[in-house]
Design a protein around this ligand. Structure first.
Ligand code: HQG
Length: 185
């Protein structure tokens, strides 16, 4: 069985808990929870070494706190980033004045036309600081950061949610609420 580092194992957990639980033959419940014992057993069957101690360490130390346990640690889920339909029961919240969306320059034309769309995920993801937005955007190519006019969106009662690990989520950002004159390269 392969001993892989926590970062690699974390990425694999993201795949399983956000996108493709079937990769290891598990299912998530409607709130996105996986059974911890089943997850550990099935990850082991995929030839990756994992145990409860490693899983607890990943949940505790992951740089974005991407995963969380339920109270008695019998279940685990990703706090955001899903492409599969899950009900996270997030509370609607009022965001700070500005949020940022990091993306790739090559998407700008389309975003200008259609706004920021959730694409394959359940929500559009927004960051509270430029650095985080830069890291999100650069995964797609040459990066650009779009500041979002939250005040304007508040006026139309646009809905925002805050994930357990402090990522702001919403269903879309219409183009006219992007501060195009303030975009950051
Ligand atoms: C772009 C990370 C063309 C959008 C982060 C993005 C986040 C458009 C890409 C989470 C578009 C989708 C999500 C339009 C949006 N035309 N392209 N109209 N509207 N796009 O990976 O935001 O680190 O699904 O700008 O923290 O990059 O993994 O979304 O570039 O929370 O925990 O389409 O991933 O989480 O890409 O990232 P993604 P994202 P982790």
């Amino acid at each position: 069985m392969k001993k892989i580092d926590d970062i690699k194992l974390g990425k694999f957990l993201s795949l399983v808990l956000r996108h493709k639980p079937e990769t290891i033959g598990i299912t998530l419940d409607k709130n996105g929870w996986a059974d911890v014992n089943e997850l550990i057993e099935k990850v082991k069957l995929s030839e990756r070494y994992i145990d409860m101690e490693i899983l607890e360490r990943i949940v505790r130390e992951n740089n974005k706190k991407r995963y969380s346990f339920n109270e008695d640690k019998t279940k685990i889920r990703a706090s955001q980033g899903h492409s599969i339909e899950v009900e996270l029961n997030l509370k609607e919240m009022t965001p700070p004045k500005i949020l940022y969306h990091g993306t790739a320059i090559r998407f700008l034309k389309s975003i200008k036309e259609k706004g920021i769309l959730k694409m394959n995920r359940q929500y559009v993801h927004l960051s509270m600081d430029i650095e985080t937005a830069r890291n999100v955007g650069k995964r797609h190519g040459e990066v650009v950061i779009l500041p979002v006019d939250i005040d304007g969106l508040k006026k139309i009662r646009h809905k925002f949610y805050l994930s357990e690990n402090n990522v702001w989520l919403t269903y879309d950002i219409p183009s006219k609420y992007i501060l195009w004159n303030k975009i950051i390269y």
